[in-house]
Design a protein around this ligand. Sequence first.
Ligand code: AHR
Length: 497
Amino acid sequence: MKVYMIPFDTIGKRSPLLYGQFIEHFHRQIYGGIYDPGSDQADENGFRKDVLEAMRAIHVPVIRWPGGCFVSSYHWKGGVGEKRTPYFDKAWRVEESNEFGTDEFIALCRKLECEPYICTNAGTGSPEEMSDWVEYCNLESEGQYARLRIQNGHKEPYGVKFWSVGNENYGSWEIGAKASEEWGRLVKESAKMIKHVDPTTELTAAALTDIHWNLELLENCKDFLDWISIHQYWDHIHETNRPADYNQAMAFTAHTEDAIGKVRGLLMAMGLEKKIKIAFDEWNMKEWYHPNVHSIEQGVEKKDYLYPRDDNDDNSIYTMADAVFTACFLNALNRNCDIVGMANFAPVINTRGCIYTYPEGIVLRTTYHVFYLYTNYMGDIVRNIGCPDMKRIRVVNCEGMPEEIDALDICATGFSDRPGIAIAFVNKLAEEPSEIELHFEAAGKVKGYYICGKSVSSYNDVGNTQVEILEEELGDFHPGMKLCLRPHSVEIIRIGC
Ligand code: AHR
């Protein structure tokens, strides 16, 4: 397969926020995940030092919190100050201690030097409660909530820039779900109050690919919104936890840009594509496993709805299929960086995250290494790249239907601050290497950074590392240079860097 690039043929400059993360009060993401004061690994603020170190190594640019479905019945005021009132979390049917709240979240973001992004409660909450939260975080000292922050020991405003009105309020599973007709009005009144508190905030609101919902939202709120939020999980296993096999997972890679294309189309049709960007602020190939809660039928016994969540901790199911898909989606985000300005992997820790914690340490799952490759070796200027003789392969999707997909997924980048080219090649073939020829102008040494594992089922677990980043020196670049991509691999080829 021959790969071509034309000089100066660029798509745009990628925002660093494309490699964002998400953390929710669900299972062991917060408690027993990032925040574990009783752990031997905890620092003076109760955060796991090994988790912080791993998150710093992938340069996390932004973290979205506290949910997710959790947020639609969360009241932030119970999570600040000396006295934290435990309450029953009706979203996930567990007691929330409120020990981790806004101040702890901001402390986490400061330690990671990343942007905080707060999702507000548009389920049981109100525009006033949302804007009170902005007062607490962003006002200097005016009013009771800024004064409360100061009284809680945090004199300086937090300057939280990114705020979302709601999570998935369009969904029947969401507490306080809304009809499209009421959503536009609620977001408008919420956005108005938030902007009256801090006009420098950047606002988004829960959306999806449904044109009626999005039209109501955008017609009512286009003047207030800077972003529009969408979510997607491709492997629908929240009730079954029977993950797609590698072949089925490859079928998902043909649909990484479907949702982006639909929302882009509507924004363009409304002439909003320069004003409003897409925040893909929850995504993961796999849905989280939490049977008998995301529907009207609630599990009665804890064995029906609570204990199964522990099955998300089975590290053996996070294989090269997850890594290959994740790289294909990161490529899709880069290719659409002109309209997608933020994305948040859901979640970063435990559940389906890229980092798994256990009392003595952490496991870096295959998806973690994809984020490491992209955040450390890819550039920020996305370039067009073509492969006219792209090999096509047939796979069978989860519905048992045949699909024809590209054998490779490719994303080329340059650097805004230095010379060089970095190209992400994803070889989706399970068993075969792929030979490529590089037909474009470049100069300098060529180096590859890749993950592949011994098989498509390779994974990482405690005391069992099967997938890690390897490097290879590939000599001096010359047009027509041939490279061989390993089966089921993600490789960043850097030239002249
Ligand atoms: O499965 C977890 C849930 O997925 C998140 O809480 C929600 O935002 C999405 O539906």
